[in-house]
Design a protein around this ligand. Structure first.
Ligand SMILES: Cc1ncc(COP(=O)(O)O)c(C=O)c1O
Length: 377
């Protein structure tokens, strides 16, 4: 049996076809052919929002920090159990992240702790949708409105998911999506900034166009094309857009395949949860948990031993975020909570989940997980 990879690139000839097409005609590069097609497609999902295709979700978060005029002393509330980019975007402009613990069921920020973290310096709350599973945005949004704070959705892992009827990323003032190679819909490297608070849309366009009024000039709203604001290069590379476009056209198939694989994982492993050997995601969340399939073991030793055993069986399985408040860089910042995120992080393992996995691969992974527990009963 070949190695069962944790993640893989989708098998299709369309990526290379799209890229060859670009190289056949410079005009396609100049006109940002695939970026425009991606935007047309994305506009159908995010009808009310202003969209900016970026080189990464990291870049989209950095753009938000610029738009919010983040200054030293500003405080940004976020879960500790998140990726470094969530914090770096704000820290790089001098802000102080305030880390909050997670909710045991969803592994998202514990919204009952958010108000304890608010001070007069708080400027925004970041709700990160772990594994694509929605935060309770009604609750978080009302806390933000009551306290006059901006709400940022870090929906890096959540493309394709909704909170009731609205796509994740469209409920806060801002949303970001990642189209990295590690994500289910990929540009190899890419991201999306979703601006829902209209007051920021015009300035976002200037910053996105490297501080110029290019959009106003192109739409003849101004006679001069000039430098009007600060700007950085956040735009998506056209080669990435050529890749992303094919994934977007196939998004329903891709997401549905992942949901099927997740359900099979769940059904084949639920007896281990019944025996108290591990914890699975709550069954009703399965339909939304599109980014990854994880197990939470009882101890770190068991988690590490299982990962080691799976590797011996030629199966890749990995841990995930290390809570930021416990990291060398994050230790100097405030943490609100009891440390549940540390326990979860130390016991969590993610199983392979990608487009090229077959049902028989999932059966092999589950058989190996079973064997591990039989051998270590
Ligand atoms: C929660 C979260 N936010 C932001 C990012 C950054 O995404 P990107 O790699 O597209 O910059 C990641 C990456 O995995 C992430 O997990």
């Amino acid at each position: 049996m070949g190695k069962i990879l944790f993640n893989d690139v989708r098998k299709t000839d369309n990526y290379t076809k799209n890229i060859s097409m670009l190289f056949s005609d410079y005009e396609l590069f100049r006109n940002k052919h695939f970026s425009e097609l991606c935007k047309l497609h994305l506009n159908k999902h995010y009808k009310e929002s202003s969209l900016f295709l970026t080189h990464s979700a990291t870049g989209a978060l950095e753009m938000i920090a610029l738009l919010l005029d983040i200054k030293p002393g500003d405080e940004i509330i976020m879960p500790s159990f998140t990726y470094v980019s969530t914090a770096n975007a704000f820290v790089s402009l001098g802000a102080t992240p305030v880390f909050v613990d997670i909710n045991q069921e969803t592994l998202n920020i514990d919204d009952t702790l958010i108000e304890l973290a608010i001070t007069p310096k708080t400027k925004a709350v970041v709700a990160m949708h772990y594994a694509g599973l929605s935060n309770n945005l009604n609750v978080i949004k009302s806390i933000c409105i009551k306290n006059n704070l901006y709400l940022i959705e870090d929906a890096a892992m959540a493309y394709g998911n909704k909170d009731d009827l609205k796509p994740l990323g469209t409920i806060g003032d801002f949303g970001v999506i990642s189209f990295d190679i590690t994500k289910h819909i990929s540009a190899i490297q890419g991201g999306l900034l979703i601006i829902n608070n209209k007051t920021f849309a015009h300035r976002a366009s200037n910053i996105y166009h490297i501080g110029t009024n290019r959009e106003d000039f192109n739409s003849k709203k101004t006679a001069h094309y000039e430098w009007v604001d600060l700007g950085l290069k956040f735009q998506m590379n056209e080669l990435s857009a050529a890749t992303l476009y094919d994934d977007l056209l196939n998004e329903e198939k891709i997401i549905s395949h992942r949901k099927t694989l997740s359900e099979i994982y769940y059904n084949l492993l639920s007896h281990l949860e019944e025996q108290g050997k591990l914890k699975l995601i709550n069954k009703p969340f399965l339909k939304d948990n599109i980014h990854e399939f994880f197990l939470i073991l009882n101890t770190t030793e068991e988690r590490d031993a299982l990962a080691q055993y799976l590797l011996q069986c030629n199966i890749e399985a990995y841990f995930h975020y290390l809570p930021l408040h416990g990291s060398p860089m994050g230790k100097k910042y405030k943490f609100v909570g009891s440390g549940l995120c540390t326990k979860v992080s130390e016991c969590l393992i993610r199983l392979p989940l990608h487009n090229n996995l077959t049902l028989s691969d999932i059966h092999s992974v589950c058989k190996s997980v079973d064997h591990y527990f039989i051998n270590n009963a």
